[in-house]
Design a protein around this ligand. Sequence first.
Ligand SMILES: [Zn+2]
Ligand SMILES: [Zn+2]
Length: 296
Amino acid sequence: MTGILNETPDKIKKTANAIKKQRPAYSKILDFYEKIFTAQEKSAAKTEIKPAHLADDIISIKAKENFPLINLSEFSVDINSSRKLFKKICKIINKSENHMSSAAEVLFAANEKKMIAFDDLYAALLNDNDDGAAFENIALKLKTDKDTLAFITYNSIKPSLSMFAESASKYLDKDNPWEKGYCPVCGNTPVISTFESDGQRFLTCSFCWHKWSVTRLFCPFCENKDSKSLHYLFSEDEKEYRIDVCDKCNKYIKNVDTRIIDRFIYPPLEQIATLHLDIMAKNKGFESGVPLEFQV
Ligand SMILES: [Zn+2]
Ligand SMILES: [Zn+2]
């Protein structure tokens, strides 16, 4: 949710169109996600969160122990804008007629009947201690599929999560780069890796979308730095993409070389438009390091 907000929906559209032209097989899935991301960016412009505020002693303890700055339950959410986005995402899913449509219809109706307590729903998703029990209960009560509820709930608070993560990232120590494979803000695993203008490598968090820099030769899942067991897969036709694989933990992460791409890069879109790379990596026996709930 960064960049100039008013221009982002237009840039997403252009990027999605460019990818669809290059790889028509992605048309349907990109049509769907383009709508979700556009709705999120429009919602972000109207989202207000209470910025993160961290005491100095907490920051120094966390830095010393290599703990992320924020627990999930500490994220601030704009309930009002998220609730509206929830409704919008239900509509987008219904119109798209995909595997989530019937559950989205149930949730749309439940929302119309004011049966969803959004404070409780968001708190349940951001509860780091109960293994999802509270969230599961809500899904049961609403008589709907838990995975679809999680998809819509997470995507409806994504603008708040990114904005809060951005406010928290100001507390990170700029002089000591975070050479870890988990997000310095929220502790989740990265969803995608990028090479940027000066050849520097960045990882983007699968949960709060914070981006942090790391060394180039590094497995984010086991922190292996040994060049003998780190290599990459690529296709001659797509020099801008590669899959970084680690023989030590058998996991992979997709990497986009933004220096070769002459268009706007929107990481959530890149993640979706590179599913063929996931297939390539899995065929070679590697596992995705991205948690299941964030895989498309
Ligand atoms: Zn994060
Ligand atoms: Zn590894």
